[in-house]
Design a protein around this ligand. Structure first.
Ligand SMILES: [Zn+2]
Length: 217
């Protein structure tokens, strides 16, 4: 902590949440990243457990982490990610955690895979099932149907998944099309997809879903 404070004093950077000069994420903004578990049902995937609402500081931090190379943010984002994954694995003991891969273009641009980096910082053991990157690149600006079409068939497995119970991991869920496509490929290969865990989920029109995790829903 002292080293971080000294470093922030010597090399101040704007906080990604509020812009104040100091650390990558100031204390006030950090406190808004406290995990608040929620779950929703996404067709083709099942229960998707998330830790943060994808808005405000969480959204700004995740975008900076993914798109501006602010990898130091993995430190602050790892805890809420670990909570979402831990909660999902508690419901599905024995399931293996499988990261949804980035597109090749995104991987080339960033030089790292955000989900893998988060998982690594969070101490989550990943089971490598997908090829490191999927080829389709352009998702931004597409509608839900176009997204689904765009990523259809875009995932390739390194080995058959038969007999595995899989929990999918991703950084953020918006339309759910990416998770759904990944789940479809796993199922076609014989895996059972028990659901997904993500760091953040887009707030739904009806607000954050239940906010409670139950075994029955
Ligand atoms: Zn701040």
């Amino acid at each position: 902590m002292i080293l971080a404070a000294v470093h922030a004093y010597l090399f101040p950077v704007p906080c990604v949440g509020c812009g104040i000069e100091g650390q990558t994420l100031c204390v006030a903004c950090s406190s808004t990243l406290a995990p608040s578990l929620s779950d929703e049902h996404i067709p083709g995937v099942g229960r998707v457990t998330s830790s943060l609402s994808y808005d405000g500081v969480a959204r700004a931090a995740l975008l900076a982490f993914k798109e501006q190379g602010r990898t130091a943010l993995a430190h602050g984002l790892a805890l809420p990610f670990a909570r979402a994954v831990g909660a999902a694995l508690q419901i599905h003991p024995g399931a293996v955690a499988v990261a949804v891969p980035s597109t090749r273009a995104a991987r080339r641009r960033r030089g790292y895979e955000p989900v893998r980096l988060l998982a690594s910082r969070a101490g989550i053991r990943l089971t490598p099932l997908f090829l490191p990157a999927r080829p389709h690149a352009v998702q931004k600006g597409l509608g839900v149907a176009d997204r689904a079409r765009n990523i259809d068939g875009a995932f390739e497995l390194v080995r058959p998944a038969r007999g595995l119970r899989v929990l999918l991991l991703d950084d953020v869920v918006t339309s759910g099309a990416t998770l759904s496509a990944a789940a479809g490929v796993l199922r076609a290969s014989g895996a059972e997809v028990v659901g997904a865990a993500v760091l953040a989920a887009t707030p739904r029109r009806d607000g954050r879903s239940s906010g409670m995790l139950s075994k029955s829903a």
